[in-house]
Ligand binder design. Structure first.
Ligand SMILES: [Zn+2]
Length: 242
């Protein structure tokens, strides 16, 4: 039996030409499809897009971020445990980083500051677990802001250390006198504050007062002098070499 019901658009379109209405429907559908497929992307900043596979993972100045990925099986060959006096438990970093960090922590201790490593080398699989636990508990958008996807964490390089101070809470490291000490002295030992507050849009990560990256004394001093971040420093550095 033929239905006498008229399609909805004819009723709505009493004062609107059918063609115009259809066009509007297509535009709305198109927008909804775009939103659906980009809702999990950092659409405006291009993070996790055009990802480059890292070819110099052993380089002290290696750039690991949301656009530069380490291979799944990369593990530095010269990992060594940090002296337990300066680490919460067994924490591994590359040999050069170990001596630099121990010298830093020793000097700080002599001056009355307690700087302790709480996280250092993390394997691809461990990062995978960590990232997905954030996704599970707080959603993908939050996870992407405060945790790196596997292969995109510089903890996998053995060049990064998260630290805590006298309050024993790395999340509140910014409130400690140790943080002030690090701001003044970290570069003297080759470390930089990797995710400064004012460069969140460049690094792609939220401000992390506890996360330090070893880049060697020369680069650390220049980055501190220029008040810049690793991404911008390397960009300028490569440009000046060209
Ligand atoms: Zn970290």
């Amino acid at each position: 039996m033929k239905s006498t019901l008229q399609p909805a658009y004819i009723i709505i379109g009493e004062n609107m030409k059918e063609k115009t209405f259809k066009k509007a429907v297509y535009i709305v559908l198109f927008i909804l499809i775009v939103i659906f497929f980009t809702k999990d992307c950092d659409f405006f900043f291009g993070f996790y897009k055009n990802i480059r596979q890292i070819t110099n993972p052993d380089d002290i100045l290696v750039l690991v971020n949301k656009n530069n990925k380490l291979s799944e099986d990369y593990i530095p060959k010269d990992l060594e445990a940090i002296d337990i006096n300066y680490a919460m438990e067994e924490k591994y970093v590359r040999k050069e980083v170990k001596s630099a960090f121990e010298a830093l922590a020793k000097k700080a201790k002599e001056e009355g500051y307690q700087i302790v490593a709480v996280s250092a080398f993390r394997s691809y699989s461990y990062q995978d677990e960590l990232y997905h636990s954030y996704v599970k508990t707080s959603g993908k958008a939050y996870a992407d802001r405060c945790s790196a996807r596997p292969g995109h964490s510089e903890h996998q390089t053995g060049l990064a250390i998260d630290v805590m101070g006298e309050n024993q809470d790395y999340n509140k490291f910014a409130e400690t006198k140790e943080f002030q000490w690090m701001l003044k002295h970290a570069h003297e030992y080759g470390f930089i504050l990797r995710y400064p507050e004012k460069f969140e849009d460049v690094t792609g990560f939220k401000y992390e007062p506890w996360h330090y990256r070893y880049v060697g004394i020369d680069a650390a001093k220049k980055i501190k002098e220029k008040n810049t971040c690793l991404e911008l420093y390397l960009h300028e550095h490569l440009f000046s070499l060209a």
